[in-house]
Design a protein around this ligand. Structure first.
Ligand code: SF4
Ligand code: SF4
Length: 433
């Protein structure tokens, strides 16, 4: 039996979903843009179908069966449907509300409860686990397609084909004090940095690049030690309360530091802190101020930093750019990463066809729905290969992980990297940072 508070919360999710799907005119425009529908071709998996499902659930005509749950989980939260919907519907919010409704009614399950409500708060078991895996990966070095260890992957719900990035032996946050002083004396501003778990535990070079660039240009950088997961995976997996608790924690933590701005190097964490947090904390002036201070790192550098004519060293790279959905449609940041790359002397920027089409990563979607995620990503790989580049730059760790995996599967030599890493290469080459 659900307790009263849970029942009310579940009803609120349905009500909010209804406010959204009722705007749908069933015109079917979303059928032409949804990457999942393009691969699977089933009406249940497109925004219009999901709106219809939601309508039937709200009216009580449809029970939540495993087939219904499968359809609700077949969404990348890529926001392409919203961006193209003539009626202004945000179907991904209908999907999120349905996931929250189901979880509130049915409970989280032991594994998700352990991860979202315990491990993400304690952090040390995740760090210890990540470092342990990092060691194991280095011992087993470059697990090739024939390596028998791959046969263990399905035990953890992963495809045998999957290539994983190496986890760091030392978390990025442990390399720095909480306040990292400007290298130029009196600081210009005091900037908070939300590294995200992937920056802290996998892509530590992106954290180093951000810290080096900001301190090199006269900013104090504050990396609050007690920052926790942004709530993004928790939110996408249907745990409304877990995501709300994490977002509230980070909001209360960062506002204690008297910061001029807060930068984020992961597009999904940035979206969570800039916008999605408003789904959880209502009517709060301080929250509005907080959200106004959040910047994607590319956006911040382009807006704030004047790169002098001799600051950037020559890089003979050919580079293309993939727009992460949560930066492009989620935060309206498109031209800034391209502009930063184009400032680098010697770098040839090649605009890729369909750069803004989702790569299929979508956080844990590419783990739980690997085959569809790879089918979606195959179009991205073809478009990257057409440009004959060394690097595909982007601004999202899960996009990097998924694109890099599939590049390896295609035996393609291109590497996926963060824009700020390439920028830092250039600044280091010139001796600026
Ligand atoms: S494009 Fe918008 S209005 Fe048209 S069917 Fe899709 S969600 Fe409904
Ligand atoms: S958010 Fe993306 S994957 Fe989900 S229904 Fe819309 S277009 Fe399809």
């Amino acid at each position: 039996m659900m307790v009263q508070r849970q029942r009310e919360q579940a009803e609120t999710h349905l009500l909010r979903a209804a406010q959204e799907f009722q705007k749908c005119m069933q015109c079917g425009k979303c059928r032409s843009v949804c990457p999942v529908f393009k691969e699977i071709g089933n009406e249940l998996y497109v925004a219009r179908g999901k709106n219809k499902l939601a309508e039937k659930i709200v009216s009580g005509d449809l029970q939540i069966t495993s087939r219904v749950k499968d359809a609700i989980n077949e969404c990348l939260n890529c926001k392409t449907c919203s961006a193209n919907c003539p009626a202004g519907v945000s179907p991904e919010h209908v999907v999120l509300r349905l996931r929250w409704y189901i979880t509130t009614r049915e409970g989280l399950g032991l594994f998700k409860a352990l991860v979202f409500r315990q491990l993400l708060w304690r952090k040390w078991p995740i760090i210890a686990g990540a470092v342990f895996i990092g060691f194991v990966q280095r011992i087993l070095l470059d697990i090739g397609p024939q390596n028998p260890v791959r046969h263990l992957f399905p035990l953890f719900g992963f495809s045998k084909r999957r290539n994983f990035p190496r986890l760091a032996l030392r978390p990025a946050q442990s390399l720095y004090p909480e306040v990292i002083p400007s290298k130029k004396g009196t600081p210009v501003k005091r900037i908070g940095y939300f590294t995200g778990c992937a920056g802290n535990l996998i892509y530590t070079n992106v954290v180093k690049s951000v810290v080096d660039i900001l301190t090199g240009y006269g900013y104090d950088v504050v990396i609050p030690k007690d920052q926790k997961c942004s709530g993004t995976p928790v939110l996408a997996n249907g745990d409304y309360e877990g995501a709300a608790n994490l977002m509230e924690h980070n909001f209360n933590l960062f506002r204690r530091y008297d910061l001029d701005a807060i930068v984020v190097s992961c597009s999904s964490c940035g979206l969570a802190l800039k916008k999605e947090i408003k789904l959880f904390i209502d009517n709060c002036d301080e929250l509005r101020e907080f959200c106004d201070k959040i910047y994607d790192i590319n956006e911040f550098l382009e807006k704030e930093v004047q790169f002098g004519p001799n600051d950037l060293g020559r890089l003979p790279y050919r580079v293309t750019y993939h727009d992460p959905c949560h930066l492009n449609r989620g935060q309206d940041v498109r031209k800034e990463p391209r502009s930063l790359l184009m400032k680098i002397p010697g770098l040839i920027f090649k605009e890729m066809q369909d750069a803004a089409v989702c790569c299929g990563s979508a956080g844990s979607y590419c783990l739980t729905h690997y085959e569809t995620a790879i089918q979606i990503n195959n179009h991205k790989i073809k478009n990257i290969q057409k440009e004959y580049v060394e690097y595909v730059a982007t601004a999202c760790p899960t996009c990097i992980m998924h694109i890099q995996d599939n590049l390896l599967q295609h035996h393609s030599g291109e590497k996926a990297r963060f824009v700020v890493e390439i920028l830092a290469d250039s600044l280091r080459k010139a001796g600026t940072i």
